[in-house]
Write a protein that binds this ligand. Sequence first.
Ligand code: ACO
Length: 352
Amino acid sequence: MRSKIKGTGYYVPDNVVTNFDLEKIMDTSDAWIQERTGIKERRYAQKGKETTSTMATKAAQRAMQQAGVSAEDIDFIILATLSPDYYFPGAAVLVQRMLGLQKKEIGALDIRTQCTGFIYGLSIGDQFIRSGMYKNILVIGAEMHSMGMDMSTKGRNISVIFGDGAGAVVLQATNEEGSGIITTNLHSNGDFAEELAMISPGCHAGYHEQNPAKYGAESATVFDSVFITPKIVEDGLYFPNMNGQLVFKNAVVKFTQTIEEALRDAGKRKEDIDMLIPHQANLRISQFIQKRMGLEDDRVWNNIQRYGNTTAASIPIALAEAVENKAISEGDLVCLSAFGSGFTWGSVLFYF
Ligand code: ACO
């Protein structure tokens, strides 16, 4: 028994925010953003009306429609997000409720591996299907970054990069030959946990005291607290932080390693890949991987120019868009690959 991606769907909010819109609220420029990241515009959800779980539900409904299954056919929900509606419970149970599945009482799981979340979700779903436990699983990636970014000049290195949206697939049991997921691999290295992170609010007392050289002596007192303090609020320390250059250096190495590992496990070569869909971290990172893999432009799907980096949602949105545009045909060998906060990374190789 294998798992096949039976249906795909995505949802992005209507509200388009261009680089020129950002120029009006912070000291940045269209030229800087495009040159460093390739991004031209991104979408922001409608505040007060849309949330991570509402976007996730819309993407899931589209994936189910394409798969020809109804909500009642779904056995399990996996949702990857770093921007859930609530601190707890996770957003997967909210999706379950919106799909009207409370009576069926199916399981709903949140995944916390950021940009690699969808890859982890697919791998977990694949194991459940291979073991025979479930037949139809919704795997979703959804993010609402616009709710929690520093939109002043201070936060520009991060806020210009991220956007909102959701993508989903229906993973279905199949025993068709030459169909479905062949291999998945998952990795992490906790040494880099704080290099791309949002550590407040949280219960991280002590970490900064042990690392004064890295974070400055003052950070020990600022962060030596549990969950949230007036100081954290006053200084805006509840925004994400990113060591961009370190992320770039690690991303290009680990992306290459995880794709090569997937090919090796499946007994395939680079030339066999019909479509590579990398996590849309940064167009420069994707172009670097494309060159390393020696793939032509029509064998790599990029849409970061239009949506920015949507973290866990980026791969399922790109996959659904590639399917919609008929850039992937039945039987094609597709590689999904991600690197992100944690650091975490991994790949999924499958026949469409
Ligand atoms: N607009 C204008 N200037 C900016 C902006 C901005 N939005 N952001 C930063 N700058 C300025 C900085 O203040 C700095 O100015 P200074 O030299 O006067 O101090 C200058 O630009 C260079 O800043 P760096 O942070 O060194 O910028 P860098 O050239 O490294 O580019 C970037 C930043 C694009 C994030 C780059 O490091 C990168 O591509 N990193 C990869 C990480 C990445 O893409 N992360 C995406 C999300 S993570 C993920 O999905 C895995």
